[in-house]
Design a protein around this ligand. Structure first.
Ligand code: RUB
Length: 308
């Protein structure tokens, strides 16, 4: 259990971050947990697995990839412990393999939407978005990137390092310079923490204003999202919970304490409506956001009738 708790803590504190990476870490943690789980009856086994799954799911509320990965990993039909254990280990191994392959496939599909000479704007630090950008660059396309800082956690600094290491010409801007810089941009490429059934994109706070500015300037907006980032529960009317993080990330607590009339709000994500998104690049193809229901139905295997 300690190992699983360590992973949960790393996800909570964002040592492991990004919707894809937290999904992979949770799936691997659950696999390693059942590997060492010393119970002999299936009822106890299932109870322990559910407890462990809940610990992982509760670490961060917004990225749907996390509960999806946990569900995909823990489901089993065996009613004996060795069989159930084997199924969960197998599920995790397949999930991790497919997640790695998805990044590559999305890179190839998305790169077709990038032309020679394009200027791309990206936000935060998305491995999926970077896969598309780096694939286009490796194909020899002469591209450059404008990357936002992404306050308050400044994930943009991770992005510019990665882009620099690829050799891609990159400009760092502060988040408030997005609209001013949009005139230079051809395509906006961002990742996703969740895609809802009506095709809305939930991603790092600031994504919606970036998409709004792109829409106003008639620039394309691509979101790159593995199918496991689509949210089945939104079919049931559930809303995506937007993570509210600590004020410490925005302002020093001592300074804040000097101003009793001031409070801080720090939402980590926001919601971009489907009409601001041109296409969603998944590992199974490029789709308009309006096709989100089909993706959920066909690729997550969940329909209205079988969601718990
Ligand atoms: C990260 C973020 C990323 C998505 C997609 O937020 O919003 O755009 O998670 O990332 P945080 P990826 O830093 O708060 O986790 O494409 O790597 O899955």
């Amino acid at each position: 259990m300690q190992q699983l708790l360590d992973t949960a803590e790393k996800i909570r504190t964002m040592e492991i971050r990004g919707a894809g990476r937290i999904a992979e870490a949770a799936s691997a943690a659950l696999r390693d947990y059942v590997l060492n789980l010393k119970v002999t009856n299936i009822k106890d086994f299932n109870k322990k697995v559910d407890e462990a799954a809940n610990i992982l799911i509760q670490t961060r509320p917004t990225a749907v990839s996390l509960p999806n990965a946990v569900q995909i990993t823990k489901r089993h039909v065996s009613d004996d412990v060795p069989g159930a254990r084997e199924e969960i280990i197998h599920n995790a191994d397949i999930f991790l393999k497919q997640a790695g392959e998805a990044l590559e496939k999305m890179g190839k599909i998305g790169a077709k939407r990038i032309k020679d000479g394009d200027v791309i704007m990206t936000h935060c630090n998305s491995h999926a978005a970077l896969s598309v950008i780096s694939t286009a660059f490796k194909q020899g396309k002469d591209i450059s990137v404008i990357a936002t800082e992404s306050r308050p956690r400044r994930q943009g600094l991770l992005t510019i390092r990665e882009l620099n290491d690829y050799g891609i010409p990159t400009t760092l801007i502060v988040d408030s310079a997005v609209r001013y810089s949009m005139k230079e941009v051809d395509t906006v490429i961002v990742g996703a923490d969740a895609i809802t059934v009506n095709g809305a994109l939930v991603n790092k706070v600031g994504t919606s204003q970036l998409a709004h500015a792109a829409h106003e300037a008639r620039k394309n907006v691509l979101s790159v999202a593995e199918t496991f980032k689509f949210s089945p529960n939104t079919i049931l009317g559930d809303m995506i919970d937007i993570e509210e993080r600590s004020a410490d990330e925005v302002i020093d607590q001592e300074i804040l304490a000097e101003m009793p009339n001031v409070k801080v709000k720090n939402p980590a994500f926001d919601i971009t409506p489907a009409e601001y998104i041109d296409i969603i690049i998944t590992e199974v193809g490029a789709f308009p956001p309006q096709m989100a229901y089909t993706i959920i139905k066909e690729h997550l295997g969940w329909e209205l009738t079988n969601i718990g």
